[in-house]
Design a protein around this ligand. Structure first.
Ligand code: GLU
Length: 428
């Protein structure tokens, strides 16, 4: 999911190397943690609706499971690459470690465009992916979840295939399931809400009232929609969102100076995060082709789409007014642009901390599924808030105390935790 020469795996390794050097990590641990421990690359033959057969490429990459079963989503994307999945699997390890949940990191992917596949084709694709991995995954081995362009419906097909193969009911095999079918209340909202819990804490530390702030969001999928809703509920003003338009095959920015209503906007958005342009126009939005979301005079930028979105091409367009960048997406800033942001004084809530709400709630879902006992929504959200808030505070405190960049501080905490786990297990 990258363009031109950008390689997210090299970005993830550069981030890791920088902090490994900073904390004086020994060679063997460095070697072990800067690459995935196990990779599965395979083909998935699918019978298409028109009777033809199509072969898709699938991946599962387990970066590290020293702290617990590997955990991470599976995404569907036409530009998925093995290096994207590798990078994302690494970020999952740091993500689970920073919020201190007993899980490792993994990621999966299928190179496909679900926007052009029928439900039946998607179901066969999901089942095919599980068939290739059923012996190498499981509630105590590696647990998948939704990600870009996958949702609860896909998770249930995958679970059903896994259970058919293993003969039994194993709801802890996968998270992000539909509520009532082993899913957790609050899981759909969790990543977006988690992001806003960290934004709320950052504003509190800076002595800024959320009611006096405005934000611009890139993306309008699951993360962005719930982030917009909670931010607005807490008093913030979303003045701009930007999303992919599959009809025109381009991105559009939607603006409204007095603030967009996240809930209403969500109601006019399809399953892939594309906002209906006609309805948005009726709502009084200004629309503009292109990624103007980044040049808005706002206090907070929230990139919530995919990796490699803030680069040397547009980093200079960030307004002087921006105080916080909260990374809802995984890896939205490339290495070079990150260097500029690091020196700009903007407070960054780094991706694997900012968007850890999803996997944190997945962990709660696993606990509920494995015990077959389900919690109230308030309990889930309260526990989520507590986890996100304490993780944010720990990172921010370390960043302040050692005068280091927020991203580096988050890495210091995560790498130390994972390094300790691999050492205790006697791996290095
Ligand atoms: N795909 C989400 C992420 O990138 C959630 C992963 C999970 O719940 O396991 O964090």
């Amino acid at each position: 999911m990258n363009n031109n020469s950008y390689n997210p795996y090299l970005n993830a390794q550069a981030q890791f190397d920088r902090v490994a050097e900073m904390i004086g990590l020994d060679e063997a641990t460095r070697e072990l943690l800067r690459q995935p421990m196990k990779e599965y690359h395979f083909t998935i033959p699918v019978r298409m609706d028109d009777g033809s057969n199509k072969i898709f490429n699938g991946y599962r990459i387990q970066h590290n499971d020293a702290r617990g079963p590997a955990k991470g989503g599976i995404r569907f994307h036409p530009q998925e690459t093995v290096d994207t999945v590798r990078a994302l699997s690494m970020w999952m390890t740091w993500k689970c470690a920073v919020v201190d949940i007993p899980l490792g990191g993994a990621k999966g992917g299928i190179v496909c465009d679900p926007r052009n596949l029928s439900d039946g084709e998607q179901e066969r694709l999901c089942r095919g992916w599980v068939r290739k991995l059923a012996k190498d995954m499981g509630p105590f081995i590696d647990v998948p979840a939704p990600d870009v362009m996958t949702n609860a419906k896909h998770m249930l097909w995958m679970l059903d295939e896994f259970e058919a193969i293993h003969g039994g009911r194993f709801p802890g095999f996968i998270t992000g399931k539909p509520v009532g079918m082993g899913g957790s209340l609050g899981r759909t909202e969790a990543t977006g809400y988690g992001l806003i819990y960290t934004v709320r804490e950052a504003l509190r530390e800076q002595g800024i009232k959320i009611e006096n702030t405005s934000a611009s969001i890139q993306g309008f999928g699951n993360v962005a929609q719930y982030a917009a809703q909670l931010y607005q509920e807490l008093g913030g003003h979303v003045v701009s969102v930007c999303c992919w338009d599959n009809e025109d095959k381009t991105v559009y920015s939607f603006h409204k100076a007095e603030g967009l209503d996240g809930k209403i906007l969500s109601e006019m958005t399809d399953a892939f995060g594309s906002i209906d342009k006609d309805k948005a126009r009726d709502l009084g939005c200004n629309m503009q082709a292109g990624d103007a979301w980044i040049e808005q005079d706002v206090d907070i930028l929230m990139p919530c789409a995919i990796e490699n979105q803030i680069t040397m091409r547009n980093v200079g367009k960030i307004s002087k007014q921006v105080k916080i960048i909260a990374e809802g997406a995984n890896g939205p800033v490339n290495t070079e642009a990150d260097e500029i942001i690091r020196n700009s004084g903007i407070f960054v809530i780094p991706d694997f901390l900012a968007n850890a709400g999803g996997v944190t709630c997945s962990y709660f879902e696993q606990v509920q599924s494995n015990n077959n006992y389900y919690w109230e929504k308030e309990d889930v959200l309260q526990k989520l808030d507590a986890k996100m808030t304490s993780a944010f505070k720990a990172v921010s405190e370390l960043s302040g105390k050692n005068n280091i960049y927020m991203r580096d501080a988050a890495y210091v905490i995560s790498i130390n935790r994972v390094a300790q786990a691999v050492k205790m297990r006697g791996w290095v």
